[in-house]
Ligand binder design. Sequence first.
Ligand code: S3P
Length: 181
Amino acid sequence: MPKEKLRHVTLVGHMGSGKSTIGSLLGKLMNYDHADLDVVIANQAGRSIGVIFAEKGEKIFRDLEEQALESKLSTPDPLVISTGGGIVERSSNRRLLQEKSFVIWLHTDIKTLVKRVSRRSTRPLLKGKDPLEVLTKLDNERADLYAEIADLTIDTNNMKASNVSELLFDSLKSRLGVENE
Ligand code: S3P
């Protein structure tokens, strides 16, 4: 089956790139359910992502993240899935994303990301740290990985979430044969 015909759509990119908001809007436009992996993980664990990191550590969080990704990508119904920024760290996740979904990379400049994430400080990887330093390091580690698995890349700098989701919807309609009515 050509990859374009696979049903799940996944959003990848750095924290602050708009994955959750755009995923929710895109799901509505496509008439697909939306799953936010961080929300799935927190609901299943009965605690926030911050508490999971603090109590169990990052390795356990990454295990839960991988399980949540596997489970959502195995659902028969088509989904739009917003992932966490670190989903690309494990090669097994990258393989799964490529095999089972149409991957969209929300590409955003570090300067813009720093502005966005500085408004809210709930992210464990940023706790007590300089966001510019953390995001620059993560970009060095992850940008090539996002690029490697992306079927489509969209630049979200200076763009409203609603505009990004409409552009994505237009582009996906023809590729995936999606109807929203
Ligand atoms: C992480 C990003 C977060 C969350 C966790 C780890 C990361 O998700 O999964 O804090 O490693 O970049 P968002 O990208 O939605 O902030």
